[in-house]
Design a protein around this ligand. Structure first.
Ligand SMILES: NC(=O)c1ccc[n+]([C@@H]2O[C@H](COP(=O)([O-])OP(=O)(O)OC[C@H]3O[C@@H](n4cnc5c(N)ncnc54)[C@H](OP(=O)(O)O)[C@@H]3O)[C@@H](O)[C@H]2O)c1
Length: 355
């Protein structure tokens, strides 16, 4: 199996390289600066085999297709995805490579499903956008929680982070700024068969794992709001986050980019915590709840992106653009994450499960 990493010279790209190296997976580095790619390869302990470093910008379609040509899958780490993500998906399809990315941008996910569903099916390729620390775990958990209640009247996905001194990476802030309108408005909600930009969140407070009680939450553009309705029959799906986090992201300014390092150092990352809750209310009035939490958002993203690409190549999935729960067996993937310290549980009608 050979996996291409696009944007391999960036902060997330380097963590993905380290994870591929740890798993001994043949890796091709692709990006627009040979110098940065070569440095990233050596920092990840990959050595500098010339054939594994390929220069291509997202905008150079022919060069990019050529760079992906002999790879089984592409992991795209080059944000902001609203700017260049579509071009990389198009090149992966043309090269016949499966595709995953680390995007959390609702608009990129939405466009990927709309623009590339048919072309991916035709190319016999699987595309799974949003395989990061928040998009994939919340999508898988939501699937398991929804199963407990049958047809869902209302599904609420909540996010909280306790990042300590681990500031988001520069690239994450850049992507946030490119999508700032989704943070100020809360982005998409799903109701009665379609996505809307103008529906308010109903939830005002949620209890997160380890918390003493409910804390204020506000509408937030979670990637799972785009993916979950593709596999869960729900009348309404909304995404919310800790109101303090929502206010901080909505207040981002370009000045912050230069005030933070490329990304948090490893020791800060490992002290940071992320928590996701999913609450489902069934049409019959039944209720189920799931939680999932872990540390190290950026390291977990690398673990998830590599495992997502690996599963597409090793196990296969239907051709097309898929939500994580359509491409993978939800409980099985969550059990895999459990081996790396991610804890999760689902409670509701039936037997409690978790890992
Ligand atoms: N950090 C995480 O764990 C995490 C978690 C969830 C989601 N994400 C998302 O992952 C993305 C990357 O974050 P990051 O911190 O790794 O950013 P980063 O350090 O700025 O890296 C971005 C990489 O993408 C490359 N790139 C961007 N546009 C390109 C284009 N048009 N053609 C070729 N290469 C291009 C950049 O190349 P140059 O070096 O040539 O500029 C750089 O190597 C962001 O959208 C972020 O929100 C990250």
């Amino acid at each position: 199996m050979r996996i291409a990493v696009f944007g391999a010279g960036g902060y997330t790209g380097k963590l993905v390289l380290a994870e591929l190296n740890r798993r001994d997976i043949d890796t091709v580095l692709v990006g627009r600066s040979t110098e940065r790619l070569t440095e990233a390869a050596s920092r990840a302990g990959l050595g500098t085999v010339p054939a594994s470093v390929r220069q291509a910008a997202a905008e150079d379609h022919t060069v990019l297709v050529h760079a992906f040509r002999d790879c089984s899958a592409v992991i795209n780490c080059a944000g902001p995805f609203v700017l260049s993500g579509g071009a990389v998906v198009r090149a992966a399809l043309a090269a016949g490579c499966h595709y995953v990315d680390t995007s959390g941008e609702q608009r990129h996910l939405d466009r990927t499903f709309t623009a590339f569903g048919g072309p991916a099916e035709k190319a016999g390729v699987t595309v799974v956008p949003g395989t990061n620390d928040d998009g994939l775990p919340s999508d898988l958990l939501a699937h398991l929680v929804a199963e407990r209640v049958g047809p869902v009247r209302e599904l609420v996905i909540g996010l909280d982070v306790d990042s300590g001194d681990a500031m988001p990476s520069r690239g994450t802030i850049r992507s946030g700024l490119e999508n700032i309108d989704t943070f100020t408005t809360g982005g998409l909600g799903y109701e009665e068969g379609r996505w809307h930009t103008d529906i308010a969140a109903r939830s005002t407070a949620l209890t997160f794992p380890g918390g003493a009680g409910p804390i204020p939450v506000a509408k937030f553009p979670l990637p799972a709001v785009v993916t979950v309705p593709r596999h869960v029959k729900a009348r309404r799906v909304e995404g919310v986050a800790n109101a303090r986090l929502v206010a901080a992201l909505a207040g981002l300014t370009p000045a912050v980019i230069n005030a933070v390092p490329e990304g948090p150092p490893a020791d800060s990352r490992r002290k940071a915590r992320w928590m996701i809750t999913v609450e489902a209310l069934g049409e019959d009035g039944s209720h189920a709840r799931g939680v999932i939490h872990g540390t190290d958002m950026q390291g977990t993203t690398a673990l998830i992106a590599v495992e997502s690409a690996h599963r597409l190549v090793a196990d296969g999935a239907a051709a097309g653009v898929l939500a994580p729960s359509q491409a993978y067996v939800p409980a099985d993937f969550l059990r895999f994450l459990g081996r790396y310290g991610v804890q999760w549980s689902v409670d509701g009608p039936g037997t409690a499960v978790g890992g």
